[in-house]
Ligand binder design. Structure first.
Ligand code: PEP
Length: 251
């Protein structure tokens, strides 16, 4: 059985104080939930304070990117061990905004993923097609490329710490959600790709989150799909009551 995983991606939002207030509210609202994994991906400057606020609760804190080297002359970069040091347990890698605006490639996704795994971080690897790619029928090709090249030379053991987020770029922050059937189709394809790479036993254990305008009113239907194991959520994860409703998608 795959434990559902609801993770917020705050992107470049919230001050330290705003983030801590959110965590204080959410930790009371979500106390006692143990059948859903809960995460918040936040900005670097807030991570330590958020991790301190969430310490001992069921809310995990993670970064939204990292570098692949552990130290050195890489001005502006953050090492995976620094995320650990700040109290993070996971990191989001390869988000489409990083691919679109900051030159992220499958090769850098792979390097960052391996470096984060080496520090014992869980890695949420984001994959997904642009609108034009969906329209010209290359969704599976693009997603396969992201999965195969992003995860190249990882081991079965590594895959225990990998979560994949399928995020069609045309659905991110646009209010356009993939239909549950569209999401399921690509999630099943991703699981097949993982089966080809790592075998069925490994592929069956990997959580695949859907991301793209997930909201309290569509999360339940998306989560009812057999290969949708969670959600990576931007906008609807910024308010505690909305985030609470997402985590409590079963009720
Ligand atoms: C995201 O940031 O990964 C995302 C899916 O954003 P939104 O939920 O706002 O579409």
């Amino acid at each position: 059985m795959r434990t559902p995983y609801i993770c917020g991606n705050w992107k470049m939002n919230k001050t330290i104080a705003e983030g801590v207030t959110f965590i204080e509210t959410a930790k009371a609202a979500l106390a006692g939930i143990s059948d859903v994994e809960i995460g918040i991906g936040a900005t670097f400057t807030a991570l330590k304070s958020l991790a301190d606020a969430a310490n001992g609760t069921n809310i995990k804190i993670g970064g939204q990117d990292c570098y692949w080297e552990e130290s050195g002359a890489f001005t502006g970069e953050i090492a995976p061990s620094m995320l650990k040091d700040a109290g993070c347990s996971f990191v989001i890698i390869g988000h489409s905004e990083r691919r679109q605006f900051f030159g992220e490639t499958n090769e850098t996704v792979n390097k960052k993923t391996k470096a984060a795994l080496a520090q014992g971080l869980q890695v949420i690897v984001c994959v997904g097609e642009m609108l034009e790619e969906r329209e010209n029928g290359t969704t599976n090709k693009v997603v396969e490329d992201h999965v195969k090249n992003g995860l190249v030379s990882l081991t079965a053991e590594d895959m225990k710490s990998i979560v994949i987020a399928y995020e069609p770029v045309w659905a991110i922050g646009t209010g356009k959600t993939a239909t549950p059937a569209q999401a399921q189709e690509v999630h099943a394809f991703i699981r097949k790709t993982l089966t080809d790479m790592f075998g069925a036993a490994v592929a069956d254990g990997v959580r695949i989150q859907y991301g793209g305008s997930v909201k309290p009113d569509n999360v339940k239907e998306l989560m009812s799909q057999p290969d949708v194991d969670g959600a990576l959520v931007g906008g609807a994860a910024l308010k505690p009551d909305s985030f609470e409703a997402l985590v409590k998608f079963k009720s």
